[in-house]
Ligand binder design. Sequence first.
Ligand code: BMA
Length: 305
Amino acid sequence: MTKPLTLTRYPGNPVLTPSLYNEWETDNVFNAAVIEHDGLVYMLYRAQGLDRISRIGCAISTDGYYFNRLAEPVFVPETPYEEFGVEDPRITRLDGVYYMLYTAYSSEGTRVSLAHSTNLIAWERLGIILPDEDNKDALLFPEKIGGQYVMFHRRVPDIWLAYSDDLVHWTDHQIIMKPRPGLWDGVRIGAGGPPFKTAHGWLNFYHGFAEERIYCLGVALHDLEDPANVLKRQEEPVLCPRAPWEVYGDVPNVVFTCGGIETDTDYLIYYGGGDHVMAVATVDKGEAMAIASASKSDVEAFAQS
Ligand code: BMA
């Protein structure tokens, strides 16, 4: 029996914590997009300060573990739809341009919005791309499929997929993954960071929770040519709140990912712990391909804990 896939926490976690030196990030730094640029690892994180408005800060690393932060946020609310903040960025590089999908939050609700940049610091808005609906957890695939851009998004409680010719107008919306009643992701699910391309399919680390509202991460594999086709979906979570900064945070019992990077040997999955700090956990690439034959044991252990 193959052991289910699990993520291994970096022993030096958390890798980014709030800073009392910067008013805009005194309270929480979490749910970051992480992407490589010019040989460095960029973390664009959601930050909250005394005013509880979410802004996007930037921290840069040479090794993916030790980060230096910029003193000012790189993306701050500007439009009426961003009145309460810009949240949970997911960044994808397409044809040399970085595209950031983020949640614009206001009294109107949450809207999926798009901005672009060539250096991850200076951003230009392209606007709301899914108008007139509460939506979030959206990300772009790192390449076109069948000549079209592909996006995951979330209409509660499911993960949806859509296609576009221009990144602004989206069509062919379809549900591709639903919560699984009785399991850890039984109530609501949402996509994580842009999926990793593998020889066997798109590897998708997503989040979900059940009645107890414990946010865990799980993994699914999608067909390379038709990502609406879910080839595999492990029954057990790959990471659940266990460490103190995951169990006790601004929001308790949350691990939530908006992105990761890959090395020659591993996937590094970055995640917000307790909506309060940033952490990273890894998984061996070879082992990641074993999600085909996972067992139920970890889910049972988790349910009993
Ligand atoms: C979701 C999002 C995330 C957050 C999570 C847990 O709805 O708002 O930003 O991490 O809830 O609080």
